[in-house]
Structures are given as C-alpha cells and as structure tokens.
Design a protein around this ligand. Sequence first.
Ligand code: PMT
Length: 419
Amino acid sequence: MGTLANKRILLGVSGGIAAYKSADTVRRLREIGAEVRVIMTRGAESFITPLTLQAVSGRPVYRQLLDTDPGLKPAGAGAEAGMGHIELARWADAVLVAPASANFLARLAQGRANDLLTAVCLATEAPVAVAPAMNQQMWNNAATKTNLATLQKNGVRIFGPGEGSQACGEVGPGRMLEPADLASLTSELFTSGVLDGLNVVITAGPTWEALDPVRGLSNRSSGKMGYALATAAMEAGARVILVSGPTSLPDPERVLTLRVESAQEMHDAVHTHVPTANIFIGVAAVADYRPATRATEKIKKSGEKMTLELARNPDILASVAALKPAPYTVGFAAETEHVEQNARRKLEDKKIDLVAANRVGADLGIESDDNSLLLIDRRDATTLPAQPKTRLARSLIQHIAERYHAERGTQNTRRAHRR
Ligand code: PMT
C-alpha cells in the first residue's frame, strides 16, 4: 500500500448504490495519510447522508455550486460563495470520483459544469481519477464506452470497474473497486518513476550553531520545502536520504532521515552518504558562520555591549559540487533582492548544475506553506509560480529529473537496457 502523507484528496461522490461505500473510501484514504474533503452530487444524497461523510472526513461536506447560504458553506470554501469551486480545485492534490455513475461520466466527458463536482473537475490542475460503478448493461453501452475513451484521451484516470454480482441482481462488469484498492490506486497517482533507482541526498531546515548550552544562532527555515522535495523524490522512485537540521516536522515516510544540528554535522552527514548519490539538493538554510568558541556553561551578563567572534562554516553545497565525480548538484538561493542576479552568481561561484532561487521575506518562501521558484541552469531559466510547497516540489523534481537525464544521458541507457 502506498502513502498519501500530506496529500489533499478531494473525493467526489456521485449518485449510485456504491455511494454507501464512500464512508469506507474516506477512511481508507485517511488511513494512508490523506487529508480528505468530500463533494456530493444531489444524486449521491439519495444513497448516503452528508452527515455520515462529514463525520468520517472530519470536514463539512460540499454540495452546491452556487451556495448563497453562509450557514451551509464549509469553512475554507472562500469569501465569495460562487468562487468556492475554484478554491476547492486549487486545494486538491488529486480528485477521486467514486462512485462515478454513467451520468457523471457523460457530463464530465462533455465538459459540463452544471454542478459543483463537474465544475471542480474542469477547474482543477490536479490529476482526476474516476471509479465507475453501474449496471453491467450500462457499462457495456456504446455511449458509455465513447465517454470513457474521451475521458482517457483528456487524461482522466479510470480505476476499474471490477466484475461480479451487482446490486440489481445481474452479474458482470460495473462494480466499483473496493475502497482499499481505490486508496492504493490514488497513492499511485503521485508516483512518476522519473527517478527510478537513483540515490538522492537532500538537506533541509536550519542549522543551529551553539553559543553555550542554551543559546545559539539559527534562522527561520521550517524544513517544509526540503521535506516536500524528499517526499516528491521518493514518489518519483528515488532512494532518498534527508539530512535535516532541527525542525518540528515528522520524518517523511519512506525517506531515511538523519537529524543533525550544526553546519559541520550536516557537512559530515552529507559527505558520508553523497559518494553514492546521483543527485544532491541543498535546500537547508545553512549558517555561514558559527560562534568561534562554544562556552561549556551558560554565558553570564557582563557590561553593556558584547562582541561575538564568528568562524566560517564549511560550504556544503560547494564541497559536494567539487567532488570528482560529483553528483548532479542543485542549490537553492534565498534572496531578499536582485533574485536572478544573485542566483546566477551562486550557480557560477559554487559550480553547481542548477539553482532554485526564491525570494524570502516577511511572508515569503521561508516558513510559509507556499513558495515560487526561478530555476536557472546554463541552458535556460524556468519560473514555477506560487503554489503549495508540496506541489512545487513535484514540479521541481520533474525538472531536475529531465535535466539530470538529459545531461548524463541515463534515460536512453536505461531505456536501451529495458528493450
Ligand atoms: O524551510 P522552509 O521554511 O520551507 O524555507 C525554505 C527555504 C527558503 C529555506 C529554501 O527554499 C531555501 O531557499 N534554502 C536555501 C537557503 C539558503 O541558505 O540560501 P543561501 O543563498 O544562503 O545558500 C545558497 C545555497 O548554498 C543553498 O543551497 C544552501 O543550502 C547552500 N549552503 C549555504 C551555506 C553553507 N555554509 N553551506 C551550504 O551548503
């Protein structure tokens, strides 16, 4: 069973007897880490109550496209009721419609937006998957087949259906897949395989440079960007080692996480593991300097002024890029001004392959859930617009994988091996 840790799944429930299984689908998705919100069509409400799905998802259920009654509008649906579907569409990392009735499939295939669920499916950039559930004659009908072909051509993923005895007493194809299978297939939407078999080392979070047993120098990095990249690289098929400074985040699933404190400890942990790495990504906000001496006891107050002597820390990123052979090396540049100019300088000075530049400030880049990036290498520059770090990380990993394979020619070699 895969994982959906930190993933936001929008479950659409359309009208059909299999809707009674939706409560279990919510449970299965949540069991493997997903945050779930539910949209019900009017038809679905004939088979299961919104209250049931609210209870299992822990969130109010969304039901209407143009909801003018603020009492019905769930928290987070947006200030303007009519815009709720756009916000939901942006919120989702994936949309799963289960059960998807023949009527729903037909409406989706036609690109209609005549209820909340179809409107969200049209408005989202996230992957959409449908789990058809219907009578076997309806499933075999030519119109349904045509609709499914259209949906597949449009990039909609089709989960199932299964075969067997049906609620109507007939036997044949058209049964909705079981909730556990749907949860597992949904987790596979996030696995791309673009880093299959590769070793990736990532640094994340701040470093802590101790001054005495209780005080030290650090910064506001939360680790969110680096942890999201570790998960995205894992989902892309890589074996990932995450070397993390002090953060309050839990270890990402299926990632070997090594906790360190200072820049020197981070440097040492990285160099233990980087010789076998294909790709290194330095996301950590590493302190450039540390207190020259570390007091063994708490430093006492003395006088009006105090001068601290600082010593230079090793530059982890530059030291990795200088290895022979070096992994494909990606650095971050956190800038408050002249973002592109400063990032280009880092690309050249540290002799790295790619730099991901972000503007940092009061509500930007650092600590926040969202970020935007300017990716610069010696070929060109690409902008990844502001979005949640989890989604941004997947785009960055895709970009890194393309550049890595293009530069090292590995994609072709691996394809040749497979033939
Ligand atoms: O953790 P979050 O709250 O999610 O915030 C994410 C982030 C803003 C910290 C992240 O996106 C980011 O920009 N990380 C790099 C922060 C930084 O230290 O930038 P820099 O411009 O000072 O360093 C440039 C690069 O050199 C970075 O890849 C850094 O990891 C690396 N470096 C810097 C100094 C040093 N001694 N060793 C290094 O490896």
